[in-house]
Design a protein around this ligand. Sequence first.
Ligand SMILES: *Cc1c(COP(=O)(O)O)cnc(C)c1O
Length: 240
Amino acid sequence: MLKFYGPEILDIATRYSQVQQRIVKACLDAGRKPDSIELLAVGKRHPAAAIDALYQLGQRLFGESYVRETVDKQRELTAHDIEWHLVGPLQSNKTRLAAAHFHWVHSVDRAKLITRLAEQRPGHLPALNVLVQVNIDDEAQKAGIAPNAVFELAELIVQQPRLSLRGLMAIPNPSRSAARRLQSLREMRALFDRLARRYSAVNKPSIDTLSLGMSADLEAAVAAGTTMVRIGTDLFGPRS
Ligand SMILES: *Cc1c(COP(=O)(O)O)cnc(C)c1O
């Protein structure tokens, strides 16, 4: 059973409405329609009860960074109609669990993950939605592939019937200047547009998802053309 989530649910309700308002405001500023942005609530290192609280307020898309932690939470959230997204780096020895427990994987960045996820996606489930993670600022310690390698991986993904290529994901280097971060976000949008054009005729469903923007750069990501923002801290509060 879920532990009753006490007065904190009011904080979550307040933050949820603030984040939704930020998205609407950013869309107005950018001349975009608010319904062109999906909100992914990233609940990593927050308890299942916190996810339940946000679910009760209407949220359905949830992101997680750790496969094991997600499986544990799902055991507590069996009555919930949640779409689960893996946003954290995926180790090869976790692909079987990931293929069975997520609807989306945002962190596909090498051929080995593609073959394993495709082989291990259970037959009774629809194709697994995948995004290619791009290391847009060429950071040594960060997951993701170089922008010029995206098309090679995309080609491997579209050959796999058990995978559905939906777009790209990135985490720009947060320590750079605001102008430089905006430039990286825009480069991601340009790459995404090229990918969508390349596969518009053959790929179903289409390349429709650019996963870009976290608590600190939500507005910049909307301005640059994101379609899905991944928000943790500003919805759930600081992580323990
Ligand atoms: C933790 C995490 C987020 C959420 O970050 P916040 O800054 O807490 O909003 C988004 N994307 C990824 C990949 C993450 O690991």
